[in-house]
Ligand binder design. Structure first.
Ligand SMILES: NC(=O)c1ccc[n+]([C@@H]2O[C@H](COP(=O)([O-])OP(=O)(O)OC[C@H]3O[C@@H](n4cnc5c(N)ncnc54)[C@H](OP(=O)(O)O)[C@@H]3O)[C@@H](O)[C@H]2O)c1
Length: 287
């Protein structure tokens, strides 16, 4: 049996849908069952649970072989992940798949990279069989974080100068997660997953201009303005601050990385940025 977390995120929802489509049963750990109306299926066991409450996690671990940990971006992320890893170990889970991030490092100046790095280390030291999935930044951030400025202002305002980044489509990360959760072949592996090309913001605005048939401009901004824009777009202040810190490292070139892990593991090339745009063009053209 598989256990899923993070079901209200774009990644978690898609992992669940794909598992159902391929006939797999799973347990879903959720704080609020109402957030997942599409999980009402005989193949899904819904367990009300909270990563900050160890007893509630233990209940969800009953009979689990493969557990998927998708941690939230929060100041107590390491504590929440530690609770999950401890519960998995106690319950005799065979394999824990952790969603992490490219550049995860317990000594990083970025809190996002630091918390993921601390949790990775804790998991490795736990003795559990593990898989670490480290994605580059998501193409979907251009919908969730910068979508409104692209639609309304015809511009992308970021503090990234001409740094390149191997953006990955969440749909490809989901294919890889499902493969790892259902094939049982992965043992203590780390997958660094990226799209097929590394692109600067200027190159991205050119792709947007072509796809949308109107000029989209890149505007270089200071990290302070970036944080403010994220908050205006509905992102919580501490999350906006964490992304602002992370983007300093992106600007220094940390995310200028392309790997072929998605192809090697799933036998399919990851989506290009152009394909991502074609598939989301209705959203960007909506007034
Ligand atoms: N955005 C990117 O470009 C990018 C790139 C690489 C990696 N990542 C990683 O991807 C992950 C997901 O990011 P995100 O921004 O989509 O996540 P997020 O908005 O922080 O949400 C995480 C999930 O965790 C759940 N959650 C929060 N607190 C919980 C608790 N105490 N107990 C149980 N569940 C809890 C949330 O469910 P509720 O509905 O209950 O709140 C939600 O489903 C993060 O670890 C991030 O570092 C992101």
């Amino acid at each position: 049996m598989i256990l899923l977390t993070g079901l209200s995120t774009a990644t978690g929802r898609r992992v669940a849908k794909r598992l159902l489509k391929s006939g797999h049963s799973f347990t879903a750990l959720l704080r609020d069952g109402d957030k997942a109306p599409d999980l009402k299926s005989k193949k899904v066991t819904l367990v009300k649970g909270d990563l900050s409450k160890p007893d509630s996690i233990k209940k969800a671990m009953d009979g689990i072989e493969n557990a998927f940990l998708l941690p939230p971006t929060s100041e107590n992320q390491f504590k929440l992940e530690k609770n999950f890893i401890d519960a998995a170990k106690e319950a005799g889970v065979k394999h824990l798949v952790k969603y992490s991030v490219l550049g995860a490092d317990p000594d990083s100046p970025s809190t996002i990279l630091k918390y993921h790095g601390q949790s990775e280390k804790y998991l490795k030291d736990s003795g559990l069989r593990y898989t670490l999935i480290r994605p580059n930044l998501f193409m979907q951030n251009f919908v969730n974080f910068y979508g409104q400025q692209i639609r309304k202002k015809k511009e992308i305002r970021l503090p990234l100068k001409n740094a390149k980044c191997g953006y990955v489509d969440v749909r490809d990360t989901v294919r890889l997660i499902n493969k790892v959760l259902t094939s049982n072949g992965s043992k203590n592996k780390i997958y660094t997953i990226t799209g097929p090309e590394s692109l600067s913001c200027l190159e991205i605005t050119e792709l947007f201009s072509e796809a949308m048939g109107k000029k989209i401009n890149y505007v270089e901004i200071k990290p302070k303005e970036f944080k403010k824009k994220m908050i205006e777009a509905g992102v919580k202040e501490r999350v906006a601050e964490a992304y602002s810190e992370l983007y300093k490292l992106v600007r220094d070139g940390l995310y200028d990385q392309v790997t072929d892990d998605i192809y090697k593991l799933t036998d399919r090339q990851p989506h290009t940025f152009e394909e991502f745009l074609d598939d989301n063009i209705k959203f960007f053209l909506k007034r």
